[in-house]
Design a protein around this ligand. Sequence first.
Ligand SMILES: C[S@@+](CC[C@H](N)C(=O)[O-])C[C@H]1O[C@@H](n2cnc3c(N)ncnc32)[C@H](O)[C@@H]1O
Length: 323
Amino acid sequence: MAMGGLDAALSTAANYRVFAEEARGRSAAYEALATLVAGDDTILRFLGTLPPAKRQPNLLFAAARYLLGTPPDIAALRALVGQDRAGLARVMLARRTQTNEPARCATLLPALAQLPPPLALIEVGASAGLTLLFDRYSYDYGGHLIPGSDPDAPTLRCVPRGPVPLPERLPVIAWRAGLDLNPLDVTDDDDVHWLSCLVWPGEGDREERFAAAVAAARRDPPAIYRGDLLTDLPALAAQAPAGATLVIFHSAVLAYVAPEGRRRVRGIVRSLSAVWLSSEAPGVVPGVSVPACQGGPLVLIRDGRTPLACADGHGAWVHWLAG
Ligand SMILES: C[S@@+](CC[C@H](N)C(=O)[O-])C[C@H]1O[C@@H](n2cnc3c(N)ncnc32)[C@H](O)[C@@H]1O
């Protein structure tokens, strides 16, 4: 999985069938749509005209939604490919799958809260920065409540499993910054519309949570800089205040980086004397043997060595590993 959700070893049709499996139980509409696209020669031919990394189901469905104003079904998608394939290709070539899910903060927070405060946070692959706002959100871990600093920001509900070290209060964050190949701007309506199109239909409260997180971010937008995590981290880390614990973290990012690049991240972070928290699919951080992960699509790893927890991809639960 080196191409952001696409397995280069599989055909486009097979990737859509894999996506249908992933969507099962989350989005019946996209499960059905991906299954039908996998058998639709016209849509597959259209996808074949795009570079391989641009054939992703998430990208196609979000681009169609962006143009149509509503999540597509197979009839709407066929009509779009038939009538405006150039417009659809233009959006797919211009945009990326930069899904920004604030609820992932709930799965990272217990690890952050164990570090010596105050914290200086750098998120690589920050998208629009919604996962940098740990201290603005409130949290509800199965009844264990932690209030955030912005009463109008969403409450992130996350079921704790196993010995999760739940904090009593939020850590003090002295400084924060994001780095992204293509930063999105929470104050830009078009960027926010694109991000909202990446939310799958039928996923419970995700749309409202996203809207509330955007509203909170707009009250005090985080700084997100354009740059590559493989080359631009040292310059950004140099801006962090002395006396704070520097934490470099990312979620759902390294799958987009080629394996050779992933192998370099450990050395880069170590050279900056930073704590490294990664939340990625099992096997994406090289050299870490990940335990059976309770079916969790993300595994939280400290310093490229120690698996801490398995987590739902959209923050619904976190399973802390013993020891
Ligand atoms: C799926 S989004 C995840 C956003 C956010 N971390 C979250 O969990 O909600 C992945 C982000 O990683 C960024 N990205 C991918 N490769 C990168 C690189 N080499 N350097 C910086 N950002 C990168 C993409 O532009 C995209 O915004």
